[in-house]
Design a protein around this ligand. Structure first.
Ligand SMILES: Nc1nc2c(c(=O)[nH]1)N[C@H]1C(S)=C(S)[C@@H](COP(=O)(O)O)O[C@H]1N2
Ligand SMILES: [Mo]
Length: 411
């Protein structure tokens, strides 16, 4: 009886080995005694490393199978529609790899700093951990987030249109501390950061940024980096495109010019309307998205519903988020949940009463520089239609009379 009840409600699917027992009626609800309080639960030795409830088995990273040729050079997406607050749980951080996840034994890993330095240095992971650490919340967004939406609404999903972003509390050492240890030569102007993965990912970073707020991180959300996120060492380039955040960081070369690697020439450049490519568009401009309602979170009933979503800017803190229920004709200022941190996701809410009419939901972020998130029409005017990267336009969700939500664009 219980098994079929679980199947009928669709909950049995994907509950990785977990036994799903479902109260099949009100028999176990207050004031009655539920089944699961009639016997002992599992002991403290059952799960040395905890996992989510099997009832949450749908809250997972997902990829788009047709998007990339191989799973090693691919991406999966954060389930933003199922998250609360602004922190992404470690196991749900989207992954973007160009050569798969490097399996690195920290005992054999080294970080080299060389080039225009007084004293080339080789660090073990333990050496890095001896420097004074800091912990900071930063979002990481892939420049290709929303890249499929340039020519019109493509993917009917918040996870797929916006899920190439995550936000965790990182712990590590300021890069300027390590550079000071090596001693910069007067001609030093740029760094090359290199990863230890099969992609040998390399990016040039201007020295000003490196000395400002870059970190070499070894932890995320209190525990050591996940292999997917670059274990045991990763470069953080706060507010700048995710591609620069080199994972499995093994080498930093100091130079006087950028290297013009593959990732900053043929990739991660923006082809403008005239066919010329714009290079080094590092900072991620202010952006926001409503995560509930959204295609994965339809409206189930009329009446009160708090519209909620996330906003972020690579240029500082979010100052304001406006929400529209009429496709941008009228705007209402949303409530920002605290803390509102620089280069970090910010959670917003707008109290709303839905009376069953068709609505066009939008959110529009403003950051502390005064920059306002553009519509897709405004962005296309500046950028043309050749772009893949850096689409920070306003997202429109159409809520129809039955509460279903669809990804649309207003032209
Ligand atoms: N070594 C290495 N670093 C890398 C990559 C990679 O493939 N190899 N991918 C980059 C890209 S394109 C992005 S968007 C981010 C993704 O970080 P995440 O996997 O933690 O989401 O890592 C960047 N750092
Ligand atoms: Mo990326």
């Amino acid at each position: 009886m219980r098994g079929s009840a679980a199947l009928a409600s669709g909950l049995a699917a994907g509950a990785a080995g977990g036994r799903i027992v479902r109260a099949d009626s009100a028999a176990g609800q207050p004031p009655n005694v539920p089944d699961w309080s009639r016997y002992l639960g599992s002991g403290v030795d059952a799960a040395p490393y905890g996992a989510p409830s099997p009832y949450e088995s749908e809250v997972v990273r997902r990829n788009v199978p047709w998007l990339t040729a191989t799973p090693e050079s691919s991406v999966n997406f954060t389930p933003l529609q199922d998250l609360h607050g602004f922190v992404t749980p470690n196991g749900l951080c989207f992954e973007r790899h160009h050569g798969g996840v490097a399996e690195v034994d920290p005992a054999d890993h080294r970080l080299v700093i060389h080039g225009l330095v007084e004293k080339p240095l080789v660090f073990t992971v333990d050496d890095i951990r001896r420097f004074p650490p800091v912990s900071r919340f930063y979002f990481l967004e892939c420049a290709a987030n929303g890249g499929m939406e340039w020519h019109g609404a493509q993917l009917n999903s918040c996870q797929y249109t916006h899920g190439m972003v995550h936000c965790v509390q990182w712990t590590g050492v300021p890069l300027k501390t390590l550079l000071a240890e090596a001693g910069l030569k007067p001609k030093a102007k740029w760094l090359l950061a290199e990863g230890a993965d099969a992609a040998g990912m390399t990016r040039s970073v201007p020295l000003d940024k490196a000395l400002d707020d870059c970190l070499v991180a070894y932890s995320q959300n209190g525990e050591r980096l996940r292999p997917e996120q670059g274990y045991p060492l990763r470069l953080l380039v706060p507010g700048w495109e995710g591609n620069m955040w080199i994972k499995w960081l093994r080498r930093i070369e100091v130079g006087d010019m950028p290297w013009h690697t593959r990732e900053e020439t043929s990739k991660y450049t923006d082809v403008m309307a005239d066919g010329k490519a714009r290079q080094f568009t590092w900072a991620m401009d202010a952006k926001s998205v409503i995560t509930d309602p959204c295609p994965e979170k339809p409206m189930r009933r009329q009446g009160y519903h708090p519209i909620t979503g996330l906003a972020w800017s690579g240029r500082g803190a979010i100052k304001r988020v406006d929400v529209s229920v009429d496709g941008g004709k009228n705007w209402h200022t949303a409530r920002l949940d605290t803390p509102v941190l620089s280069k970090c996701l910010t959670r917003f809410y707008l109290d709303w009463n839905w009376s069953g009419e068709e609505v066009l939901l939008e959110s529009r972020a403003m950051d502390e520089t005064g920059y306002v998130q553009p519509s897709i029409v405004e962005l296309r005017k500046v950028r043309g239609e050749n772009s893949i990267y850096h689409n920070n336009s306003i997202q429109t969700w159409l809520v129809n009379a039955s509460g279903e939500v669809e990804n649309v664009q207003i032209s």
